[in-house]
Design a protein around this ligand. Sequence first.
Ligand code: ADP
Length: 592
Amino acid sequence: MSTEILPVATSAQVRAHARRLLLRHPRALLGALALHALAAVAGLVTPRLLGDLVEGVERGDADIDTVALAIAGFVVAQGVLVRYAYYASARLGERILAELREEFVGRVLALPLSRVERAGTGDLLSRTSRDVDTLSNTVRHAAPEILISLLSIAFTLGALALTGPLVALPCLVVVPLLWGVMRWYLRRAGAGYEREMVAWANMTDGLAETVHGARTVDALGLAERRMRRCDDDIAGSYRAERYTLRLRTVLFPVAEFSFVLPVAATVFVGGLFHIHGMASLAQVTAATLYVQQLIGPVDVLLTWLDELQLGRASLARLLGVGNVPPDRSPGGARPDGERLAARGVRYAYRGGHDVLHDVDLTLRPGERLAVVGPSGAGKSTLGRLLAGVDGPRAGTVTVGEGAGAVPLVDLPLDDLRGHVALVTQDHHVFRGTVRDNLVMARPVTDAEAEAALRAVDWDGPGLDALVGSGGEALSPAQAQQLALARLVLADPHTLVLDEATSLLDPRAARRLERTLAAVLDGRTVVAIAHRLHTAHDADRVAVVENGRVTELGTHDELIAADGSYAALWSSWHGDSSRHGDSSRHGDREPSR
Ligand code: ADP
């Protein structure tokens, strides 16, 4: 299966979104910043006091006790302020993070199903796990630390300038060096980290696919190939990680060197200034201490800037999910009537390869239409389009009569499910109570939920029982009953059945068929038939071949027409006297 990675947001989108996030809670942000600023100011008094103390000692009139007491007071004040500042910024961070997660879930749920299937689950999985984790780290730690260091640096530089413009100058020698290396680094890091994450997603994807298709891999002897793919993915990931590691091995040593340089320069040049009477001892002492104090925040800034690059790449991937163009455009139109019609429908899974060509098919309300045809002809695809799961590439699938007809892709999902639903063999039981599994159809009362369970012959646990992973295990038949009960609650007038019962053991299948018959009663039904007797019982039969509806009519009409259907029927009827056993025939397809 070829996968096509989901989009990644552009840098401009990421910047704009980060700005919006940051400014969404202006009061909380200002509060946190003010506390951090106060803490930084409290920390800046000490060097000034120490500088004065040194000079006082030299002059011989120092009041050491008072100064020591003042320093102690400011240190305690700084500690208290830092505590509240961190608390305020952590709260803000958690709030932003929660919103980010909710937005991401919203974006994922709005993704067109076909696009998710094409992108492979690995990509989406690595975005929901690794990227969300990385971003949490950025929001929780990197963003506040960077803000705090920027504040401390700004205040310290201000204090330094106030101490004496002359003694503030020497530390500037480091600016070109740091500026150069940061520019070099930041230009490369973003793309490097993005590649790293794509490589990681590829690896996850490949592994998930191998594990998921382990039997196929085994049966077709693909182990060697899958192993090679895995090795290639690991090699790709290794290359991507090495690249960013190389960036860091340049950045960090240069940064370390640039920490010592300004301190040395301030002591040396400041000393010269003092000798020539251009600066006092207090100024040089305070300036040196301030420059020394700058090392901490600058170091933190550099370390977290790296983390910020990672977070930026993750945010780009999370936001990118929202860049997938929607395949639905819900408007306010309400369909009038229950007639489902496909006109001139074309569909392609991959660009340029239509699997449905110009299909026209109008259902008569209340009828039972069987869709038959060879495997790969496009029956399931047609079913998905008729149920509104995917939107057609060209043409329309509408519900309603005449002028009251509305394209399925223009209906909000909740409304759509009230008109038509697709029933397949995939019955995921969601983790939660039986009730939780039912109310996802629509909010219902317990009495309605119980009525729906009765309608499907439910023999499983009660509404409050915990099911799904970690809960009570349901049999495949029960899982299907649950899905049918959801259908009863959604109450669509049209149902598309795709191989609804083929995986069950015959006894359970017969029972389910009775249940199904009760659920189908009174609704329009499109049955994608893998057993011809279903076709025989249907009101009309549509034969799909090579992406086209080639025959359409009642069983008797099609037999009389003596075309593909008649040929299928006679071959099936000719060598099997028993209905329901068609496994040897072309109309039975391997389950996917
Ligand atoms: P049928 O239900 O009649 O067996 P399908 O509708 O499943 O046929 O498939 C029609 C064609 O579309 C086939 O050629 C199949 O290989 C292709 N196809 C089906 N699903 C996908 C998919 N998810 N991605 C790409 N091609 C697909």
